[in-house]
Write a protein that binds this ligand. Structure first.
Ligand SMILES: NC(=O)c1ccc[n+]([C@@H]2O[C@H](COP(=O)([O-])OP(=O)(O)OC[C@H]3O[C@@H](n4cnc5c(N)ncnc54)[C@H](OP(=O)(O)O)[C@@H]3O)[C@@H](O)[C@H]2O)c1
Length: 365
């Protein structure tokens, strides 16, 4: 798909770690151009280069087209909205304030694609993993009625911890998975940190990530649910228990998963389903879509963070060690890039999906 006119985008929370990732992913994007960057009063009025000075965390330079852009205050909503067709949200504020500001942007007829958890449980807000549940976009019509908008709405992406196993549940749906026991091994960038900023994490494991276990157990139920009467209704009959550990890895969340099926298949069937699995982004050839969403690796020592986290620019997930288990039916290891597929990259893919389906358009039309 080729657009007649690029979509003008703003990033609210542009100076933070996820905001910086948005900036690098959206510069030179074939469909989007950055026309506004916004953050707190601490940053507003400065050029982007000045605002991120000493805290630029990406391994590429600040894109030249944004380095001199003046950072705006995210609370200057009318002004930011007047410069954009949509915004990406990566602000870190108390949950109620995030919900309010995302609704306020939507009410100016500016669609919001959010990386934040604040609206994930609002039942007319779709929580999108575009390969799995692009049909949830239709709940946006009910949300627009609630907000009183014609084109403004909020869409969110789910938590970074679930990316390494939920796609498999979708691929294996016909075998009816019903019980999972999971441990996740999560990178420090998931807390917005590097080793320089968090030296205590070197050679360490911390067996606690606040709020993460609940998200890892519950969010899959909404992602795999269905839209009924203007709401996303959770999937039933699926029980997930999860422990989340912070490990000394910079990027990449690994999940160790045990799974039971109502109709247990053969291992070969499961691998075949993973290799064949694709969705709307692959069918529509969206700019950020990995060609092959799930890569099954045959080697016993894969997936490995160092070798596999950047698979298909960090947008594909890697899976290995699928084998029968003596208590559950099967077990496997999954790996996903937490700040690409799990955060900004996943949100950009959501926005591309919403553009391809006609929910996000240039305000000029
Ligand atoms: N890091 C990850 O991998 C990851 C993954 C998934 C989800 N998330 C979520 O994404 C959000 C951003 O995470 P992050 O790691 O990028 O955070 P971060 O580095 O702390 O950046 C926070 C951003 O929000 C802005 N901000 C903070 N307080 C504000 C206020 N009172 N008013 C206006 N703007 C304010 C900051 O602006 P200033 O620079 O001007 O202070 C900055 O742009 C968080 O909700 C986080 O939970 C993060």
């Amino acid at each position: 798909m080729k657009l007649d006119k690029k979509i003008k985008v703003g990033i609210i929370g542009a100076t933070g770690m996820v905001g910086q990732r948005f900036v690098t992913l959206l510069s030179n994007h074939p469909w989007f151009e950055i026309t506004a960057l916004a953050a707190s009063k601490r940053s507003s009025g400065k050029t982007y280069k000045e605002a991120v000075s000493g805290r630029w965390k990406m391994d590429v330079e600040i894109p030249s087209e944004v380095s001199e852009l003046k950072v705006m205050d995210i609370h200057d909503i009318d002004n930011v909205s007047s410069k954009v067709d949509m915004v990406f949200s990566a602000v870190d504020m108390p949950k109620e304030e995030i919900m309010q500001i995302e609704d306020d942007y939507a009410k100016t007829e500016t669609p919001v694609v959010s990386n934040n958890s604040a609206h994930r449980w609002t039942d007319d807000v779709p929580m999108l993993m575009p390969e799995i549940n692009d049909d949830h976009c239709k709940v946006i019509e009910a949300q627009k009625k609630r907000l009183g908008t014609t084109r403004g709405f909020v869409a969110v992406k789910p938590n970074c911890s679930i990316q390494a196993y939920v796609p498999l549940l979708a691929a294996w749906d016909e075998y009816e998975p019903y019980e999972l026991a999971i441990s996740t091994y999560q990178a420090i960038s998931g807390a917005g940190k590097t080793f320089k900023e968090w030296p205590e994490m070197v050679e360490n494991i911390i067996p606690y990530i606040g709020g993460e276990e609940e998200k890892s157990e519950k969010e899959p139920l909404k992602v795999l649910g269905e839209v009924k009467d203007g709401k996303v209704v959770n999937k039933e009959g699926l029980a997930i228990t999860c422990q989340c550990l912070r490990v000394p890895v910079l990027n990449g969340h690994t999940a160790s998963v045990f799974i039971k099926f109502k109709n247990p298949p053969q291992k070969e069937d499961l691998i075949k389903k993973l290799n064949e699995f694709k969705g709307f982004p692959q069918n529509e050839n969206l700019p950020s879509a990995p060609k092959q969403f799930i890569h099954y690796l045959q080697e016993d020592d894969r997936p490995q963070v160092k070798l596999d986290v950047d698979c298909e620019k960090g947008m594909a997930i890697s899976v290995g060690r699928l084998r029968e288990d003596s208590v559950y039916d099967f077990k496997f290891i999954g790996l996903a890039h937490n700040t690409l597929r799990g955060a900004a990259g996943g949100a950009v893919l959501c926005a591309e999906t919403l553009v391809a389906k006609g929910y996000i358009k240039s305000k000029a039309f």
